[in-house]
Design a protein around this ligand. Structure first.
Ligand SMILES: CC(=O)N[C@H]1[C@@H](O[C@@H]2[C@H](O)[C@H](O)[C@@H](O)[C@H](O)[C@H]2O)O[C@H](CO)[C@@H](O)[C@@H]1O
Ligand SMILES: [Zn+2]
Length: 280
């Protein structure tokens, strides 16, 4: 469950590629088309509004092809919910924005997908949306409400995770980034607090390492979102339209927020989900 095209590849690209390759059913639900995003490539900067949204829809399809994900949907259909812009902007007050959406109504749309797909695992953002973007915060709220609605309607999702990044790993990655920055196509570096979902290592309950193949698929999927993401040669760093270099993590991390943990730190999000989840 993600807010904009590109979030899925940035946060979960390796995880999605791994499970798609293993034959699991991976369903992506994206809440907006990201039509208020800034555009990186000069030759694409003519794209704004609905034209940008439509272009990012094609970027999303290209990214899903790189990950091997076939089931990807827009919440309520294309254009149902608008990109709300960064927190604090007048865009947030647009009545058609996702930030202004009725949470129960949006959650009912997601619950329909849950009752169709009957997932064992749902992944979303934490309550701050990872970094405070209104669409990310709303995606968390809608996802968690949809979990409740689906259970009321007979399907309990055994495990719900939020995207995380362990502080020790992020800190070490930025030390390397500062050393390597002169060799990168970026002039400036982000900082640890720019990375969404950073928490102390002890809160991480799962880490997913899909190996070099999934890491490469993640980088290719991120590159497919060319209006939003620039991946450096070597695929260890990227930047968004703020032009701040940040690490590209081939291993992805999660915190279990609903369900039973299996062991100290899982390496499979589906661990322990074999038992039936029909709710009488
Ligand atoms: C990763 C993500 O959530 N991107 C959003 C975000 O984009 C940021 C925004 O344009 C900001 O002004 C830039 O400085 C930053 O680099 C961008 O990542 O917000 C956009 C508008 O809501 C959204 O379209 C984009 O997907
Ligand atoms: Zn986003």
């Amino acid at each position: 469950m993600h807010a904009h095209p590109d979030d899925e590849s940035i946060n979960n690209g390796a995880t999605m590629a791994r499970y798609a390759a293993e034959g699991a059913r991976v369903t992506l639900v994206t809440c907006t088309l990201g039509e208020r995003g800034e555009v990186i490539p000069p030759q694409l900067r003519h794209l704004t509004g609905s034209a940008l949204g439509e272009h990012r829809r094609h970027e999303l399809a290209a990214a899903m092809a790189e990950l091997g994900v076939e089931d990807f949907r827009l919440l309520g259909g294309a254009g149902r919910y608008g990109d709300s812009g960064m927190m604090g902007l007048p865009d947030n007050d647009d009545p058609g924005s996702f930030w202004q959406a009725d949470v129960d109504e949006a959650a009912a749309l997601l619950a329909e997908v849950v009752l169709e797909v009957r997932p064992q695992v749902l992944v979303t953002y934490d309550e701050d949306g990872g970094y405070g973007h209104p669409d990310h915060i709303q995606a968390h709220r809608v996802a968690m409400r949809a979990v409740e609605l689906a259970e009321d309607a007979g399907w309990r999702i055994p495990k719900v995770y939020v995207n995380r990044a362990p502080r020790s790993v992020v800190g070490a990655a930025f030390v390397r980034l500062r050393e390597e920055l002169p060799g990168l196509p970026f002039d400036k570096s982000a900082v640890v607090t720019d990375v969404p979902g950073v928490v102390d290592d002890g809160r991480i309950t799962a880490e997913i390492d899909g190996g070099p193949r999934c890491a490469a698929a993640k980088a290719a999927a991120m590159r497919a979102h060319a209006t939003q993401v620039e991946v450096a040669p070597g695929e260890r760093y990227f930047a968004l339209s703020n032009e701040l270099a940040q690490p590209l993590f081939p291993t992805e991390y999660y915190e279990l927020v609903r369900g039973e943990p299996v062991g100290k730190r899982e390496n499979d999000l589906f661990a322990g989900t074999d038992d039936a989840t029909e709710v009488a």
